[in-house]
Design a protein around this ligand. Structure first.
Ligand SMILES: Cc1cc2nc3c(=O)[nH]c(=O)nc-3n(C[C@H](O)[C@H](O)[C@H](O)COP(=O)(O)OP(=O)(O)OC[C@H]3O[C@@H](n4cnc5c(N)ncnc54)[C@H](O)[C@@H]3O)c2cc1C
Ligand SMILES: NC(=O)c1ccc[n+]([C@@H]2O[C@H](COP(=O)([O-])OP(=O)(O)OC[C@H]3O[C@@H](n4cnc5c(N)ncnc54)[C@H](OP(=O)(O)O)[C@@H]3O)[C@@H](O)[C@H]2O)c1
Length: 445
């Protein structure tokens, strides 16, 4: 069935939204792709480490091809939701037949510990957005000291360590894990960027300290050591004297401040490991310790944005427990737990469906699967509702948003390439929205 008279709104032009839009476009449906940021790409543009030029350029080229499809309209610089140019509910007033929500996980996950509001305490995502130059984070003020604790031992921790070790060249970086050496979640490839700065003596002492707890749950300390060090043979040559350390079996309890209201130490409680239902968990030993520091970075994952206007339960947008159009047993359909009814026509994919879940390839697959669910839904509809795209654009503009369309994006890419060439840089990004809008001739220079 050709769905060419049906219109789908895709909210969010990260990998899930872009690949989802491409899949919908293949059915003949017309797609309006709304994006908060001026540029498409989401975390592929503003999350992936800036020096991964090849990967980022490859993805940008794919995204450009998707946006070139004639039945995809791009509406960049337009936020949808309670805090946006249009609410989710209002979108339907303009005749969309379905909406795919792919806004990622824009919230930051915290632990509600005393002292989290002290100066020098940050969430990794805000810093990632800062060094990748996403407005307004690009011009934010972040005071990074010399002795940094990063909470969490996933790949985002490794990206943070990469920045602190190679770019900022701080004195010490301590990665704090609530579980043990066998439960680290970073990849060996990411470890290569900082492996040369690892304090190996400290790591061995730490693994020896953890060994009795590991053996108690059937873990082999040497195997965990090998897993952590797998990237060491290919570690990049060091560019700083930063010492990278791990502190395992430690849950953060409290951030202690100095007289200036700046973080000065992190209090932790020591844990042991317990095995429950096949999973290894941390359990408090009831002993405490204080680690001096001048900066604490939470790298424990992200959370969804409650301002979008979809029902939330247990920190997630609620999905229908009995989906009408499941794909591989996964529900992509939004659900209202109060009425216990599906939110007809609203689908969710990518990090919006499951926060902080996996790499670009996973988000891509999720967007494509959600597009298949939407196709199945549209095929049950007798006729399209009738789109009012011109009125929609007028309403957005009346509310003060400058819509960035495809042609303008091409002008922006040309302008940034020209600056990069002139300054002999591998790439250049304007740091603010006014600069980008001016470069696209959408506002006066
Ligand atoms: C620090 C970091 C580094 C990473 N590095 C890698 C890597 O090296 N390799 C890899 O494969 N994966 C990496 N990932 C994972 C990868 O970036 C994600 O899997 C992927 O980007 C998730 O895609 P998404 O489309 O679901 O969400 P996002 O990429 O977050 O995209 C969401 C989009 O929605 C838009 N949006 C948000 N709110 C609204 C709104 N209200 N209205 C309209 N638009 C909105 C945003 O502007 C954004 O464009 C990294 C992730 C992080 C956090
Ligand atoms: N270069 C890359 O390829 C790259 C870069 C960045 C991100 N990514 C991807 O993006 C996704 C998200 O990465 P991520 O690092 O944010 O998530 P992650 O891999 O899930 O790691 C999160 C870390 O935070 C810890 N944590 C979570 N909740 C905690 C709590 N309440 N208290 C203490 N510690 C807590 C976790 O410990 P537990 O294990 O004990 O829960 C884990 O060590 C991953 O799929 C990752 O691979 C990829």
């Amino acid at each position: 069935m050709n769905l060419e008279n049906f219109h789908v709104a895709v909210i969010g032009a990260g990998p899930a939204g872009l690949y989802g839009a491409q899949e919908l476009a293949k059915t003949g449906a017309r797609v309006a792709l709304f994006n908060r940021d001026i540029k498409p790409g989401g975390l592929a543009e503003y999350g992936i480490y800036p020096d991964k030029h090849k990967m980022k350029e490859g993805l940008r080229a794919q995204f450009e091809k998707i946006l070139a499809l004639p039945n995809i309209e791009y509406l960049g610089n337009v936020t949808i939701g309670n805090h946006g140019a249009l609410s989710l509910r209002e979108l339907f007033d303009f005749g969309f037949d379905a909406v795919l929500v792919t806004v990622g996980a824009q919230g930051t996950k915290w632990l509600d510990l005393p002292g989290e509001q002290l100066r020098g305490v940050y969430h990794a995502k805000d810093l990632v957005y800062y060094y990748n130059q996403l407005p307004p984070f690009s011009t934010g003020q972040f005071e990074i000291g010399k002795n940094i604790i990063i909470i969490g031992v996933g790949n985002v921790m490794m990206d943070m360590a990469h920045w602190l070790v190679r770019d900022l060249q701080v004195d010490t970086v301590t990665a704090l894990a609530r579980r043990g050496p066998a439960e680290v979640k970073f990849d060996k490839k990411e470890f290569e960027t900082v492996g040369a700065n690892l304090d190996l003596v400290a790591l061995d002492a730490e693994i020896e300290r953890c060994a009795p707890f590991m053996r108690a749950v059937g873990e082999e300390p040497d195997a965990a050591r090998q897993q952590i060090l797998a990237g060491l043979p290919r570690a990049l040559p060091p560019v700083s004297d930063t010492r990278l350390r791990f502190y395992f079996l430690a849950s953060p309890l409290k951030l202690c401040g100095d007289a200036r209201g700046h973080v000065a130490a992190l209090q932790i409680e020591n844990n042991k490991l317990v095995s429950a239902n096949g999973a290894i968990k941390a359990k408090s030993l009831g002993t405490f310790h204080e680690i001096p520091c001048d900066t604490v970075i939470f790298a424990i994952g992200d959370s969804i944005d409650p301002q979008l206007g979809l029902p939330i339960a247990s920190g997630e947008f609620v999905k229908s427990p009995a989906p009408r159009f499941p794909i591989n047993h996964v529900s992509y359909e939004a659900f209202d737990p109060q009425t216990e009814q599906p939110l007809d026509r609203i689908f969710i994919a990518g990090w919006a469906r499951q926060a902080s879940d996996g790499l670009v390839g996973i988000a891509r697959k999720d967007g494509i699967n959600a597009a298949h669910a939407i196709r199945a839904y549209l095929e049950t509809r007798a006729a399209p509702r009738g789109i009012k795209l011109a009125e929609l654009q007028e309403k957005i503009q009346q509310r003060g948003a400058v819509i960035v369309a495809k042609a303008a994006l091409r002008r922006l890419a040309d302008a940034e390439r020209a600056v990069a060439r002139a300054r002999q840089l591998p790439e250049y990004k304007f740091a603010t929205n006014p600069e980008m809008l001016a470069a696209m001739d959408l506002v006066a220079k």
